[in-house]
Design a protein. Structure first.
Ligand code: SAH
Length: 476
């Protein structure tokens, strides 16, 4: 049987539960939480149920069920005894009196069923699989719950407060719908989610004063997509990506993550390779501004975290100057992703008390680093770099006093299905890499913590037999 979710106003409605056990308790709690009044007829009544009912002012009739005991008008009846015959008798009574009935013993005989409910303030989501499996509904509920941002309740309250004004200002329904779509998925909603209701109100007032102008105001989301595995994106990143009109991305964003870009969004590749820039940084900054000023919601999708060696700061400076609204969504940086997926804790009480993220990118063939400062037995070093600088890094660390046998790991395409971890020592790794065809992106971890990988590695990949497509070169 199929059920359709109608949302009833239960405030002060009287409902009857026949039965006094755990099911009756659960149902009465549900109904009471919706503001209903609950009476119970049962021979034996669970102690907690008794307490709950007495507190709520419900009537308790402790007698074997008979139709004559039903002396009030009820909005609905729930038959929750452990006797099929009694439940049947209750259902017959309900049907004869046109009262909807729910039978705890047989879903197929119910006029209505109780869905799994996500209750977030004014937002209510009902989940049912038509009585198939309550456990499945609860699993779905948990999954959906984690996708609903906390602030939606507040957003809904905000919208309710403004509805009358909008209706007056925009008499045509089509204009109103378009206006609300912008309000509920743009800078105003984001201001509410960030806890900034004053700013939301100001933006809203401006928008309503000039709705045409408002529809032309875009914004930019600078989103960290994490190191490759799409599961490592944040819920916020995912949500903003779904509402984007344009997505600017580069080589570090894995195809698996690009698969999450909504079909309607325009994709713009602005990838860079060492020395050969597909799009100059200044042009990227300008592109972001241009798209936003055309009223688009623009995502700038970056690998890892946008503020870790990602030039994210430069991109939003320009936006700030042009007064384009923007927000920054942190991502899991390569050091965190790769170390976790390689089983290398970056700090450990026995091996490393600190960790340092370093960029070893060669610009003109040399690396300008304060080497003596990097040398320490108790520190983990993480190098974000082009592969070609790795031999220089190993050599320089040794030249400045780090032990030849200091353990180190190269993590290639970390967190993707193509991840490969090469563990060696400072003295031996450059040579080993000559035999292996390692490609970008790769992260270099140096420190005694690397020894733990042997024991702690957990992530297995299908690297050996799958095509190497985790990161595209052209990105096209
Ligand atoms: N903003 C990014 C880093 C950009 S610098 C972040 O927070 O991760 C680019 C360097 O990051 C690459 O040269 C490489 O050293 C490292 N990197 C990024 N993703 C990686 C991955 N999946 N596996 C290994 N290294 C990665």
């Amino acid at each position: 049987m199929k059920y359709y979710p109608l949302l009833f106003q239960l405030e002060a409605r009287r409902c009857l539960i026949v039965g006094g056990g755990r099911v009756a308790l659960r149902r009465s709690k549900t109904l009471l939480s919706a503001g209903a009044q609950v009476d119970v007829i049962a021979l034996a009544i669970d102690a907690e149920l008794r307490r709950v009912l007495l507190e709520s002012g419900g009537e308790l009739i402790e007698q074997p069920y008979s139709d004559a005991l039903v002396t009030r008008e009820y909005f609905c009846i729930i038959a929750a005894t452990d006797s099929t015959a009694v439940n049947q008798q209750v259902a017959d009574y309900a049907r004869a009196n046109n009262i909807p009935v729910n039978r705890a013993d047989d879903r197929s005989l119910c006029d209505f069923i109780f869905p799994a409910v996500i209750d977030r303030g004014p937002i209510t989501v009902a989940i049912s699989n038509s009585g198939g499996s309550p456990v499945l509904s609860r699993i779905l509920k948990r999954q959906l719950n984690s996708f609903l941002p906390e602030g939606y309740g507040e957003l809904s309250d905000f919208a309710r407060r403004q509805r009358a004004r909008v209706k007056q200002a925009l008499p045509a329904e089509r204009d109103r719908v378009e206006f609300w779509e912008h309000v509920l998925q743009g800078a105003i909603a984001e201001a509410i989610f960030s806890g900034n209701s004053l700013q939301a109100q100001t933006l809203f007032d401006q928008a309503l004063a000039e709705p045409d102008q408002f529809r032309r105001t875009g914004e930019v989301y600078l989103i960290g997509a994490g190191p490759g595995d799409p599961d490592l994106m944040t819920l916020r990143a995912f949500r903003l990506l779904q509402q984007s009109d344009v997505v600017l991305y580069d080589r570090l964003v894995s195809p698996a993550i690009m698969d999450l870009v909504p079909a309607h969004a325009e994709r713009v590749y602005v990838g860079k390779r060492r020395a050969e820039h597909a799009v100059q940084q200044t042009d990227i900054n300008q592109l972001l501004v241009d798209h936003a000023l055309r009223g688009k919601r623009v995502t700038r999708l970056k690998g890892g975290d946008p503020f870790i060696f990602g030039r994210g700061g430069e991109e939003i400076e320009k936006l700030a100057a042009a007064q384009v609204p923007f927000q920054v969504v942190p991502g899991i940086t390569a050091a965190n992703g790769c170390s976790a997926y390689a089983g290398i804790p970056l700090t450990h009480r026995d091996y490393a008390q600190s960790v340092q993220f370093v960029t070893g990118q060669l610009k003109d063939g040399s690396i300008d680093l304060n080497w003596p400062e990097l040398i320490s037995e108790d520190k983990t070093l993480v190098f974000y770099m082009g592969l070609s600088s790795l031999p220089v890094i190993c050599e320089s660390l040794r030249a400045h006093g780090m032990a030849d046998d200091m353990t180190c790991a190269l993590v290639e395409k970390g967190t993707t299905r193509q991840q490969r971890v090469v563990i060696s020592t400072l003295a031996l790794l450059p040579q080993r890499l000559q035999q292996l065809e390692v490609s970008s992106p790769s992260l270099f971890i140096v420190g005694r913590v690397v020894q733990l990988a042997d024991k702690l590695s957990w992530y297995s990949t299908d690297r050996a037999d799958s095509p190497d497509d985790s990161f595209g070169d052209s990105g096209a």
